[in-house]
Design a protein around this ligand. Structure first.
Ligand code: 2BA
Length: 115
């Protein structure tokens, strides 16, 4: 990241299966990235969260990389007993949910410091 330009933090939550290809795509284009193991609150399954700090002018390129590597998926989830799960996410019939491609938050970065 450069000193003058506006900085952004992209937080992208993606499917575990798409994470290696996304990491490769970002690295190949020279972007710095941190990958974290995360868990979705609804499915209680693993997913992967990327932190990508960048200059504002690179946003489009990064969004294109995410768009081309992260695929949308459908998943049918079986009913769960309220004992096995918390009451908020209890469901008594099979349900189909659409996951991703990616859930993305773009934040303004007030300061970027490297020591
Ligand atoms: P999960 O919370 O495990 O959600 C997986 C998928 O289940 C979601 O896909 C959505 O299609 C569905 N879903 C989630 N909550 C639901 C509900 N209350 N009722 C019915 N269906 C529900 P995505 O929306 O693509 O989200 C994928 C993952 O991205 C989420 O995994 C979560 O880890 C993250 N995420 C999504 N929205 C978020 C948000 N606003 N804040 C933080 N993380 C978020």
């Amino acid at each position: 990241m450069t000193e003058e330009s506006k900085k952004k933090m992209i937080i992208a939550i993606v499917h575990d299966h798409d994470a290696p290809e996304l990491m490769d795509g970002l690295n190949a284009s020279g972007f710095r990235v941190t990958k974290m193991a995360s868990t979705g609150g609804f499915l209680r399954e693993g997913n992967t969260t990327f932190l990508i700090g960048t200059d504002e002018e690179h946003l489009d390129k990064i969004m294109n990389i995410i768009d081309s590597t992260c695929k949308s998926r459908k998943k049918t989830i079986a009913p769960m007993s309220p004992v096995a799960n918390s009451l908020e996410s209890y469901y008594s019939f099979p349900m189909e949910v659409q996951i991703g491609g990616a859930t993305i938050f773009i934040l303004d970065v007030e300061k970027f410091i490297k020591i």
